[in-house]
Write a protein that binds this ligand. Structure first.
Ligand SMILES: Nc1ncnc2c1ncn2[C@@H]1O[C@H](COP(=O)(O)OP(=O)(O)OP(=O)(O)O)[C@@H](O)[C@H]1O
Length: 262
């Protein structure tokens, strides 16, 4: 790997549950992520995926270890990271265009540049026809695309997504997964995505960090060799590639082993 963009160095998180009780949610997690990679955090429920992502976002502080972004330790949120949550977080009283322009406006980006960038990212997520619509007039998948365009428009180096398609029906979910591959190619942004969906993880990931059941430790780091360094944006074609089924079986086994420990 060339110099990592993101490095987690023995990152731990203990929560204080009160009355002297403490819970170790994440235990000495280490991994590196290269420029523009799609890195997926996968593992059984409660293994600490969201906690790791929240620490990368700077929404939680590690209680041990370090998170380095381009060699600098992360302390708190920053514009170099943009977070997309599962729940739709658009402003319903503003049009798609205004939603996507919002962060840029706050950051003092001049009106013309704002407009051009908003149009670019709205096009990228396939919503040009709906640029003047309000989020309430859109489907769940479309609203999630607004959230993605809005986050990308702020120019983050890393897009952080916590179960971004969890609330969507299966077919919309496939479309969104395919879209994310195109977005990753075009937006030149690295992504860290939390999911517990094995198929989604294999489809999206350049690198999978599989966390063990509670407390979360890196059980396996998997670079899907069968992709041969390529990305595919067609799911039907993808699931038929030689090597796909083997990796799916392997991860199912890991998931069962870890799930049984809960
Ligand atoms: N603020 C908090 N205070 C106390 N415990 C917490 C807090 N946030 C998370 N935890 C605990 O840390 C552990 C990891 O939670 P986390 O949400 O990171 O897991 P996850 O892998 O994302 O789970 P899921 O897939 O079910 O969303 C869980 O045991 C959870 O109860």
């Amino acid at each position: 790997m060339t110099d990592p963009v993101l490095r987690l160095n023995a990152v731990s998180k203990e929560f204080d549950l009160g009355r002297g009780r403490r819970l170790t949610a994440v235990d000495k997690v280490s991994f590196d992520m290269g420029p523009n990679e799609i890195c997926v955090l996968l593992g059984p429920s409660g293994c600490g995926k969201s906690t790791v992502l929240r620490m990368i976002a700077g929404l939680e502080d590690p209680t041990g270890g370090q998170i380095l972004l381009n060699g600098h330790e992360v302390h708190g949120p920053g514009q170099d990271r943009g977070m997309v949550f599962q729940a739709y977080t658009s402003f319903d009283w503003q049009t798609v265009r205004r939603n996507v322009e919002f962060g840029m406006k706050i950051n003092g980006v001049p009106a013309r540049e704002r407009r051009e960038k908003a149009e670019h990212f709205i096009r990228l997520v396939g919503l040009s026809k709906f640029i003047d619509a309000y989020p309430t007039q859109l489907s769940g998948g479309m609203r999630q695309r607004v959230a993605i365009a809005r986050t990308l428009a702020n120019g983050p180096e890393l897009l952080l997504m916590d179960e971004p398609f969890g609330a969507l029906d299966a077919e919309t979910r496939w479309h969104m997964q395919e879209l994310m591959i195109d977005v990753a190619e075009e937006a030149n942004t690295g992504m860290v995505i939390v999911t517990h969906d094995i198929e989604e993880a294999i489809f999206l990931a350049d690198r999978i960090i599989f966390l063990s059941a509670h407390p979360g430790r890196v059980k396996e780091e998997i670079v899907p060799a069968f992709k041969q360094g390529k990305r595919y944006d067609d799911k039907e074609q993808f699931v038929q590639l030689p090597g796909y089924a083997d990796l799916e079986r392997k991860i199912m086994r890991l998931m069962r082993e870890e799930g049984a420990k809960e």
